[in-house]
Design a protein around this ligand. Structure first.
Ligand SMILES: *Cc1c(COP(=O)(O)O)cnc(C)c1O
Length: 499
């Protein structure tokens, strides 16, 4: 069979075409839009075969359909380097059945959160893409993080030849464990900067640098070029499609589902990357019924799915699920592009309204196309009670992000009457958010030191302390740079030593 080449276009300009490797390399389209595949490919192998495949084999079957200008050898090499013993289980993304619900555990990689699923492969996709496109500049990864991306990106890129990485995080917006994970990261090509601002400030600052042509020129003069490891890069989105295919196949293999049986997927959502990957998996042919978008108190997406209006004009709340404390969900733009009927002018207009006035409203016709999405949210109180409730009933300990989804899943079942099976995406290990988790289990832990609580969590959960945590306990702090939110560009120039 002849291999069809799949091209990528920008959500803000349908005429712009790029090969997959170019899209991976650039991260963001030159017009500020996001790269999207010109069509979502269908799986070309039956579930019956996927059932027996390893994670790595499944990854190849999915990724080859999207990254059509990578050779089989290149892709398999990237996959092999990414999904290896960095993960603490050969299954890579194991499923745990708790009562009648399945938890897809995406936290078995080197930083114990789901960002590892994509960020352990992105550096290899990117350096392979650079070679294919004869890029000789050093690639500078700029990333804004609400906590998990930063560490996962640093771990992924550390000492990968031909790359540098600079990560910005909100100084008071990440957990103690998250911060320590970042500031202790080794690697001679790694820098991390705490900004005096929130995640949206960090993300906007990074986006502005990407769009700054003058800065791009200066970088080029010095042998550098930017790329993005943020979840807007299709090189992150595509590897995330894999685990939905894998999870469905494994549920079939374990006879938890019958052939073709539909399943609901509940995803704790921030930047809308993870749930969008579930949507892509569904479009590829995975029998997913509803996609349930779970938010915390920053419930922009909940309101959006209910009303059709995306409105970021509201107070930003720092919650116990910080990786979901987001008011601008960048990846939503890809869904907007689809519901506008791939109308890049309309998409660009919405995004410009979002930038200037902070909101936009879909037409009724567009809203109708979102009906497969359901949405819910959990307050911090509800999240905390859910952790306690699941632990009490089953002994299984959820992290705060997963608990948001777990609560929303229960509510969804109650209010919709939908009796379909549910897959909850578990995005972090409880060890990563130990303080909030332990005080949910018992308020007596409120006074205790976060590091002592790790031992307690080990006891109450019966789960071994992950290596990622054990490693930071006695590691040296290597990074101390801080800056104001409006000084990010200056800081980057200093780090790269350019004027
Ligand atoms: C990033 C993250 C999320 C949100 O995922 P998105 O793809 O940004 O929607 C949820 N939970 C955890 C633990 C995360 O790190």
């Amino acid at each position: 069979m002849r291999k069809m080449n799949l091209h990528y276009k920008s959500t803000r300009n349908s005429n712009l075409k790029a090969a997959a490797s170019e899209a991976v390399l650039k991260g963001l389209a030159p017009d500020g839009g996001l790269f999207v595949p010109e069509r979502i490919p269908a799986l070309d192998i039956p579930m019956d075969k996927l059932k027996d495949m390893s994670y790595q084999e499944t990854a190849y079957e999915v990724m080859k359909l999207f990254l059509t200008d990578f050779t089989e050898e290149e892709l398999k090499d990237c996959i092999g380097r990414a999904y290896d013993s960095k993960f603490d289980t050969e299954e890579i993304a194991p499923l745990t059945k708790v009562d009648d619900t399945y938890y897809l555990e995406l936290f078995h990689g080197s930083t114990i959160a789901f960002k590892d699923m994509a960020l352990s492969i992105l550096p290899y996709l990117m350096t392979t893409a650079a070679k294919k496109n004869n890029v000789e500049n050093e690639i500078v990864i700029l990333a804004a993080t609400s906590g998990d991306t930063g560490k996962a990106a640093m771990a992924g890129f550390a000492d990968v030849e031909g790359t540098r990485i600079i990560v910005f995080y909100p100084k008071n917006g990440v957990s103690r464990v998250q911060e320590l994970q970042m500031v202790t990261q080794k690697g001679k090509n790694v820098d991390v900067v705490a900004i005096h601002g929130n995640f949206d400030n960090a993300q906007s600052g990074v986006k502005e640098m990407f769009e700054n042509e003058e800065l791009a020129g200066k970088l080029a003069e010095n042998g550098y070029q930017f790329s993005s490891a943020n979840s807007i890069n299709i090189g992150r989105l595509i590897p995330q499609v894999v685990y939905y295919v894998y999870a469905y196949a494994k549920l079939l293999e374990g006879e938890e589902l019958s052939e073709g049986e539909k399943i609901n997927v509940v995803v704790p959502t921030g930047n809308f990357g993870n749930i969008l990957a579930a949507y892509y998996a569904r479009q590829m042919g995975v029998p997913i019924d509803h996609l349930v978008c779970a938010s915390n108190e920053n419930k922009v997406l909940f309101d959006f799915f209910r009303t059709g209006t995306y409105d970021r004009n509201r107070d930003f709340v720092l919650t116990t699920s910080p990786s979901m404390d987001i008011l601008i969900s960048s990846n939503l733009e890809r869904l907007i592009y689809l519901v506008t009927g791939e109308d890049s002018e309309q998409t660009a207009a919405f995004m410009s309204e979002l930038k200037s006035g902070g909101s936009y409203t879909l037409t009724e016709e567009m809203k109708e196309k979102l009906k497969d999405f359901k949405a819910g949210y959990a307050t911090q109180e509800q999240t905390s009670r859910q952790i306690r409730h699941i632990w009490d009933g089953t002994g299984y300990v959820l992290d705060t992000h997963t608990a948001v989804a777990s609560y929303v899943c229960d509510e969804y079942r109650k209010t919709s009457g939908d009796s379909g099976k549910c897959l909850i995406v578990s995005t972090a290990s409880p060890f990563k958010f130990v303080k909030s988790v332990m005080t949910s289990i018992d308020s007596k832990y409120g006074e205790e030191d976060e590091f002592r609580l790790l031992e307690e969590l080990k006891k109450v959960s019966g789960v071994e302390m992950p290596r990622a945590i054990a490693d930071i306990l006695d590691a040296d702090v290597l990074h101390r740079t801080e800056c104001d939110a409006d000084k990010m560009e200056v800081t980057v120039k200093e780090i790269l030593n350019i004027q």
